[in-house]
Ligand binder design. Sequence first.
Ligand code: ZN
Length: 694
Amino acid sequence: MLTIKNLTAHYGAAQALFGIDMEIEAGQTVALVGANGAGKSTLLKCVMGLVRPSGGEILLEGKSVTGSSPARMVRHGLALSPEGREVFAQLSVFENLQLGAIPLSLAKAEETRRMDEVFARFPKLRERRQQLAGTLSGGEQQMLAMGRALMASPRLLLLDEPSLGLAPRITDEIFSIIHQLSRSGTTILIVEQNAARALSASDTAYLLAGGKIVEQGKSRDLLLDPALRAAFLGAASQDNPSASRLGAAGLTNIRLEKLPMHTNFMPSFNSGEELEAHQLRGLQWTIRHAFEGSPAYRAKLEAAGVTPESIQSLDDLRRLPFTTTDDLRDGYPFPLKSVPFEQLVRVHASSGTTGKRKVLCYTQKDLDDWTDMFARCYQSAGITPLDRVQIAVGYGVWTAGMGFQLGCEKVGALAVPVGPGNIDMHIQFLLDFQSTVFCSTASMALLMAEEIHKRGIADKIAVRKIIYGSERSSRSMRKKISELFGGAELFDITGLTELYGPGAGIECSDHDCIHYWGDYYLMEILDPETLAPMPEGEWGEMVITTLCKEGSPLIRYRTRDITRIIPGPCTCGSIMPRHSRIKGRSDDTIKFRGVNIYPSSIDTILSAVPGLGSEYQIHLTRGDGGRDHLRLVVERAEGVAAGRGPELIHEAGHQIKRQLMVTVELELVDYGSLPRSDRKIQRVFDSRIQDEIV
Ligand code: ZN
């Protein structure tokens, strides 16, 4: 949209800008960061026509506007909210706003419409519309300066030091408005001394020092750059020449409120070979650990003729016996436990009928590893300590809530642990806390998205990323969630309770695949029928072997999830291996509102209610709201009177709720009315997502 080429500016004989080159794309928020006197305001004034450049060119959509007057710039679609606000103290709020549109000679009706828009964005200005601007607080004057610029309905909004001299709470408010403006499609060039705020609020950034651009790039990368951080913090040293360079260039007095990241959670491997060497060491350790620590594993390994010493290469994986959900159930209550009890610090369990849940044991190291894996997921999705993460997944014996919580705190972001359901509280916190990240299942995200749409508050919330997991999602569902959330970016997170929990991998920032943490576990893709390896790139069952899990290690654990490995390097540059989104499951498990239900467990529950017959059907549908419904059609037992219907429905519903933690709709039908077959009877009718899974 805006191109600046080799721009120079002088104040008398003193040169203020030295050959500036810049590019601002439509819809982007671009930050211009630098210390006092670096030339930031001069550059902004050149763009706005307030200072005439001494050389170079300013192009707006390819046409030169170099040296145009400020009024002409406003007509070109530019507007400036100047440093120090520069509101007219003796004029009212209303009159100050009118001034913003003067160069456009608007019709009265249009002026009123735009003023209403400004008031909708800044309700405080509406309250004080007749008050003299000189009597407003600093924050209100800043809102007025921005409101006045918005009266011109600019395509490019220039904001000069919007947070200067404001209290942190007011700065938060101003930045959340900037964020909303950016989401509504306004292109923004923001000049700020507060580097952390500007970088976290923008897409790309330019660092200016001594009238020159000394660094430029994606804001997120700059925020994480250790040399720049050191420079911001004034910690330039000989060990860090880049920081010295920037320090000398005058960047050291830029404020950084909070360290961008406690640490880097990305793996330290630089090549596939290094990763494989690490994986082999992990595999050797795991087999020895399981062999020595778990009688069940020892028996299986011995039966397969495997000793720990015989693991010499990653190909030896193929010789190892499989582990299945049956092993987990048979070993209840502490299956696969491979360390003494005194080393365990926690258990988690997945859903299942009473007494047959899958229970997994954790040592402190397991929890630390899980936390780091999850922190890596957040970091991959670009979450920083400046984010506020609203968590809408279940807390308790499930792994979900705990994982989202631990990882969030580890990256230093603010966790808002709400849990699932509770839509009103979620909406209130999205508005009041201005949460920037929302974590949930795909169905919950859709429910929230529709609620946000219904209440018309998409432009009043600040969610820019949604991290969701635990169930399949179609392309159209993702699109709808993103749109109704005001353009939020979606990240599919993977994981299963057996493998620590969620956080085992996350959708790439290029959104084509899932990167999985190959330094924590190995993934094989096998034919679910023959258990032979699938050719590279083909769909099959995901089978997992952990590399450092102590409490309950997994050896060739059959997840039943269907996916495929994507060969070759990723466009994002990560060397972590990748797979496609999970397509479905190889067995008949029903995934319903984030809970795994085995049809056999429904069978067990129904058969324990006297008066019910043996035949039933499970109908799964997805409502317009994206909410899944499970309707259970059950026959009464032979000879049971129809009048007992309500009592039987109540009892069966109660037992299902108690044992499976889900609410289902029940319908009783006459004995003999459901179809019979001498072959396998189809009991499950799933008419949910039918469109393409990527
Ligand atoms: Zn990638």
